[in-house]
Design a protein around this ligand. Structure first.
Ligand SMILES: C[S@@+](CC[C@H](N)C(=O)[O-])C[C@H]1O[C@@H](n2cnc3c(N)ncnc32)[C@H](O)[C@@H]1O
Length: 327
């Protein structure tokens, strides 16, 4: 069989599988099967009784959920799989809250939620920041190692802009007891960073800066490192240039800026990247996925030199970091 004959067949079955998983997950949510599993381990018959479904079909659904990694089977008993810890809050619906808006978006071009609106953004991120932070933990550990924090780089004064949970800066603070962290975010979101800092045992080295990162005074020559983690995709090029210039002023000479985000660099994860770009357009007015080259150019235009791009090779596999210096 030729490659041309095989590929469409493989493509078709892949689409069937993705669609099947999508329908399976939604049905498991709507029928109460996932809630029943979350109550505690039980046989298919027990889970079926908890949610009022038939044992035979429930057993088939549970088996498929096991293969999808959502549920774990131990002998005859079904319990939550590790991924269920991440299927919480805003992430429980796997993005349905904005995917449901796709048809409308094609007609209007309008996003379903405007994350640039402070009121909508605070409500959204207060709910989302903790889970996003949990997802970013492996990436934060990798970035911390990549920058030799706690080894070659010690005692840094770090400003985390649009900090959310503070996962990037607080992971650094945890490996370097001589560092200090300032987390800047909307007032309603900062308690999430406080909670993360308490868990990491770095609470006494955390300062909070509540406000709008486009407006609040960041001071001058105060910090060794300014972090923008998953915030540059919310801004258009002018917004990013303005943020970078403010960061530049806030940094000491020789200090570094660290931009961490989804970049369109990874062909292997191109589908994830394209879906992310579409999802972003469904929930922001200005947001975009940048290439590392575009972001590096915006950094250079804002006074930063010696940019270094490093792909972050942990899931979702589409992120990267750019570290550049104030000279
Ligand atoms: C996608 S989240 C990223 C959170 C965190 N840096 C991370 O990577 O997990 C973007 C964060 O930026 C904050 N944010 C967005 N616009 C802001 C603004 N104008 N002023 C202050 N914070 C803002 C949001 O509240 C949110 O916590």
């Amino acid at each position: 069989m030729t490659r041309e004959q095989v590929d469409p067949l493989a493509g078709y079955f892949q689409l069937m599988t993705w669609n099947g998983i999508s329908r399976l997950y939604r049905t498991a949510c709507e029928s109460g099967i996932l809630d029943a599993v979350a109550e505690g381990p039980g046989s298919a018959a027990v889970i079926a009784e908890r949610c009022g479904t038939l044992p035979g079909p429930t057993s088939l659904v549970l088996e498929a959920l096991c293969e999808a990694g959502v549920v774990r089977r131990d002998e005859e008993s079904y319990g939550p799989g590790p991924v269920m810890a991440l299927l919480q809050g805003n992430y429980h619906d796997l993005g349905d809250s904005y995917w449901d808006h796709l048809t409308n978006f094609l007609q209007t071009g309008e996003p379903v939620i405007r994350l640039q609106n402070p009121h909508e953004a605070q409500a959204f991120y207060r709910k989302q920041a903790g889970e996003l932070g949990a997802m970013m933990r492996p990436s934060a550990a990798l970035v911390t190692r990549e920058l030799s924090i706690g080894a070659e780089r010690k005692g840094l004064s770090i400003l985390d802009v649009g900090a959310g949970s503070g996962v990037w800066s607080l992971t650094m603070a945890a490996v370097d007891p001589s560092s200090r962290v300032t987390c800047l975010d909307w007032p309603a979101v900062l308690p999430v960073a406080e909670q993360f800092a308490e868990q990491a045992g770095v609470w006494e080295r955390l300062e909070l800066l509540p406000g709008d990162y486009h407006e609040i005074d960041l001071g001058e020559s105060q910090y060794d490192l300014v972090i923008l983690g998953n915030t540059t995709h919310l801004e258009d090029p002018d917004g990013n240039r303005s943020l970078f210039r403010r960061a530049h002023r806030a940094l000491q000479s020789g200090g570094g800026i660290l931009v961490i985000d989804v970049f369109s660099h990874n062909r292997a994860a191109a589908l994830t990247g394209a879906l992310y770009a579409l999802g972003l357009a469904l929930r922001t007015t200005l947001g975009a996925v940048y290439s590392a080259q575009e972001m590096t150019r915006l950094l250079a235009e804002s006074g930063f030199a010696e940019p270094r791009f490093v792909p972050i090779r942990v899931p979702p596999g589409v992120m990267g970091m750019i570290h550049a210096l104030k000279r």
